[in-house]
Design a protein around this ligand. Structure first.
Ligand code: ADP
Ligand code: MG
Length: 441
């Protein structure tokens, strides 16, 4: 019965609300009474005022009318076996920390201890440590910008993790901006926008990743704007990240953009060779493998601009050595990473694709980015998007962004459409094939 109620609420509430208020509750049925135990007064008061009505309805429904009364109190029953097993592995405080981390959407692996310092990230790291030690008291907001795979998300998690670990009472939420949008829509659909507002305005630190994905989402920007102001006013910490400088984030209202830059803005640059080597060694030791120096240098010098890819290459190498049972030597590395390195050399940029497709169809590249929907433009645009999906490692949202700030569903639609047209329309099939050749020659 309680499980059904919980599942239903999970669908209705945002995950932040659900994790904070519903998950900690324990239930016991006694005749027509449903007793709900909250771990502390805070949760008790909140759930009683905000959720008792809905809980009564749900428990009545799922018990076929048997339950008629709900009672809230503080305390805890014996834990479920799975909880106990989990906690058996941790000491009390750590179990608590792990739960708070999960409620905050934080990954424990992304902490300052595992973040390798280098010239390229020195300032961003220092500023992050500073605000994590004194949230809300120094730079607010902290805005971290830089290219893909350079450590922005890692740093944001590190800030959240340090705050949680050093302040037992602190409430932290980390969210990708797209998640923020999705949660807001969910709240609107279920008529819970008031609770949504409260949840986000009651945190001590709000970390929103990749704010460029707010582009074009006006209602979300509006909501975020007010959350932003409320948090700044009550001196709670905000941390934001983006692939661009605050003022240059496209598709975002001016008043919000200017606020992005109110505190401190720091950049992360691509790592220099030494930092890349150090990162490889650090990741290797997390994977418990010993990486020879010449191998580390070889990988680092071939994959220069993106730490995520550096890490991917290392994982692949380690997996390969594991399967074949061979030691990691320079020769073995060259062989194991052959494909990765070829792909790296050949990597095509979205810009390059846009230029080539535009030339091929005798259009201007800007036509592909424009909002115009005429057929002469729409088809080439879809082909360019499909090529971007096939030839680059950019995600759907990133591709949409690069095509004049379109939605990721538009990109998805384009890739599917072109895929099916290539099977049914010989003209399209030929164009696609020619473009593929032009781009990968
Ligand atoms: P971004 O958010 O900027 O796209 P991420 O934070 O997701 O990049 O980083 C991509 C990967 O690179 C992650 O696995 C992260 O742990 C790793 N990484 C980035 N910078 C560092 C660093 N300075 N030290 C260790 N690992 C790093
Ligand atoms: Mg990121």
């Amino acid at each position: 019965l309680w499980e059904q109620c919980v599942n239903q609420l999970k669908a209705e509430l945002t995950s932040a609300e659900f994790n904070t208020w519903i998950l900690p509750l324990q239930a016991r049925v006694e005749g027509s009474l449903l007793r709900l135990l909250a771990p502390n007064r805070f949760v008790l008061d909140w759930t009683r005022t905000h959720y008792s009505e809905r809980l009564r309805e749900l428990s009545q429904r799922y018990s076929q009318g048997r339950i008629s009364e709900i009672q809230f109190e503080i305390g805890g029953f014996e834990r479920r076996a799975s909880d106990r097993a989990l906690e058996g592995q941790m000491r009390g405080g750590e179990a608590d920390l792990a739960a708070r981390r999960a409620a905050a959407n934080l990954n424990a692996d992304f902490c300052f201890e595992t973040f390798v310092e280098g010239k390229s990230n020195q300032l961003a790291r220092a500023a992050s440590i500073q605000i994590a030690r004194n949230p809300g008291a120094t730079y607010n907001p902290l805005f971290i910008y830089g290219g893909v795979g350079l450590g922005k998300t890692h740093l944001m998690h590190a800030v959240g993790n340090l705050i949680l670990a050093s302040q037992p009472q602190a409430r932290v939420i980390y969210l990708h901006s797209e998640r923020f949008v999705a949660e807001m829509i969910k709240a609107l659909q279920h008529n819970r926008i008031k609770e949504f507002k409260k949840t986000y305005r009651s945190v001590n630190a709000l970390l929103i990743d990749d704010v460029q994905f707010f582009a074009g989402k006006e209602r979300s920007q509006e909501e975020f704007f007010h959350t932003f102001n409320a948090l700044l006013e009550s001196r709670q910490q905000i941390v934001l990240s983006s692939d661009r400088f605050p003022r240059e984030v496209p598709g975002v209202e001016e008043r919000l953009r200017s606020r992005f830059g109110w505190g401190l803005t720091v950049a992360i640059d691509p790592p220099d060779l030494e930092t890349s080597v150090a990162i490889l060694h650090s990741k290797a030791s997390l994977l418990k493998v010993n990486l020879p120096e010449d191998v580390a240098f070889f990988i680092a010098s071939h994959i220069r601009s993106n730490i995520r890819e550096l890490e991917g290459a290392l994982r692949r190498l380690v997996a390969n050595a594991h399967f074949t049972g061979r030691p990691i030597t320079l020769d073995f590395t060259k062989q194991a990473l052959r494909d990765v390195l070829v792909a790296q050399d050949r990597q095509v940029s979205i810009e390059n694709i846009q230029r080539t497709v535009a030339e091929y169809y005798k259009l201007r590249p800007s036509d592909l980015l424009s909002a115009k929907r005429s057929r002469v433009l729409a088809r080439p645009r879809q082909i360019a998007m499909a090529l971007a999906k096939e030839l680059t490692r950019h995600s759907l949202p990133e591709i949409g962004q690069a095509f004049g700030g379109r939605d990721h569903t538009t990109v998805l639609h384009a890739t599917r459409k072109i895929k099916s047209l290539r099977d049914t329309d010989p003209g399209i099939a030929e164009d696609y094939h020619n473009l593929l050749r032009l781009l990968t020659l």
